[in-house]
Design a protein around this ligand. Structure first.
Ligand SMILES: NC(=O)c1ccc[n+]([C@@H]2O[C@H](COP(=O)([O-])OP(=O)(O)OC[C@H]3O[C@@H](n4cnc5c(N)ncnc54)[C@H](O)[C@@H]3O)[C@@H](O)[C@H]2O)c1
Length: 304
């Protein structure tokens, strides 16, 4: 199939791009290198340096390439940056997304896969783990923008017949990740431990997240390719891990005995986040293969 991966020079998108190429698909990547890296782009894909906010360039690309599927990973994905500058976040995460959706319907794209967030879209959860029916109360402009694009997808599906698949990722970590994402703490601690520097844990470190290894996310992206229905599915492990435990595991694999420094709690930081993956198991036969111990060891080796 002919697939466009947006943000394919980034952490998750680059792994997804690699897997599509291995599966024999015809892959095009676009990225503007906001955080992405040239050396993450697979040599066998067609690459265009295009900003998703450039409406005309996006439409020209879609007309010239005639994609079957769009896999949308490009984003401003730093929650704190979205708090500091909601307009900038909306420009990329809402308007940029709309440019792709408009081009998709004008060129009869068959399916639009969207990397949404289960970490930020539910807000402080009422119950644990959150399933897809949990109320949506994002408390950051980033989460609001992701929710907006989910709603636009529903509209483009109902009114223009565009099939979609929304993957609500938990906190993704693994090789190539950068410190700005929703599981950025893994990259931050790993880099500090490799250099023998002291890490800082904000607050009491009992905040929990649902950490998913990027290889498991790639599997989810493969399994939804050309899925016949439009769906929203959580991609999480269902397991909560607190920040103290993440540090403990990484310190153990690094052999570094430097204790972490305790910093002040971050204002407004979500306390607990964990996603129910029953639906992913049922409809995609997706189960995470990496537990946190194996995943962190693998990730630390990469940073080393
Ligand atoms: N990392 C996580 O834990 C996590 C969790 C939930 C959802 N997501 C979503 O997954 C996707 C990928 O996240 P990631 O962690 O790989 O982040 P990333 O920053 O590594 O990747 C995003 C990519 O998009 C590119 N990009 C940014 N703005 C662009 C623009 N205007 N035009 C073209 N390209 C642009 C960046 O250069 C980068 O290569 C994002 O949509 C993010 O919101 C990530």
């Amino acid at each position: 199939m002919k697939i466009l991966v947006t943000g394919g020079a980034g952490f998750i998108g680059s792994h997804v791009q690699d897997a599509f190429i291995v599966e024999g698909h015809d892959v095009t990547v676009i990225d503007n290198f906001y955080t992405g890296r040239k050396n993450f782009i697979h040599p066998d894909c067609r690459f265009y340096e295009i900003d998703i906010c450039n409406k005309d360039a996006i439409l020209d690309l879609f007309i010239n390439e005639q994609f079957d599927i769009v896999n949308h990973h490009a984003a401003q994905m730093d929650v704190r940056a979205s708090v500091n500058n909601p307009m900038f976040d909306a420009e990329i995460n809402i308007i940029g997304g709309l440019n792709l959706l408009e081009a998709a319907i004008k060129t009869s794209v068959k399916q639009f896969i969207f990397a949404s967030t289960g970490g930020a879209i539910y807000g402080e959860q009422d119950y644990f783990p959150a399933d897809e029916r949990h109320e949506l109360r994002p408390v950051s402009p980033y989460g609001i923008a992701k929710l907006s694009l989910e709603k636009y997808l529903y509209y483009y599906h109902k009114v223009h017949g565009l099939r979609y698949f929304i993957l609500r990722y938990a906190n993704i970590y693994g090789p190539r990740q950068n410190p700005h994402g929703e599981a950025g703490v893994v990259a931050i601690f790993s880099q500090k431990l490799v250099k023998g520097e002291t890490s800082t844990i904000n607050g009491d470190g009992k905040q929990t997240r649902d950490f998913v290894h990027v290889n498991d996310v790639v599997k989810a992206n493969l399994s939804v390719l050309d899925y016949p229905e439009s769906m929203i599915v959580n991609i999480g492990t269902g397991i909560e891990t607190d920040i103290n435990t993440v540090f403990k595991y990484l310190a153990l694999v690094s052999g570094n005995t430097v204790a972490a420094h305790r910093g002040p709690a971050m204002k407004g930081e979500q306390l607990r986040s964990v996603l129910d993956n029953t639906l992913a198991k049922e409809i995609l036969e997706w189960t995470p293969e990496f537990d946190i111990g194996k995943g962190l060891k693998h990730t630390y080796q990469y940073f080393k």
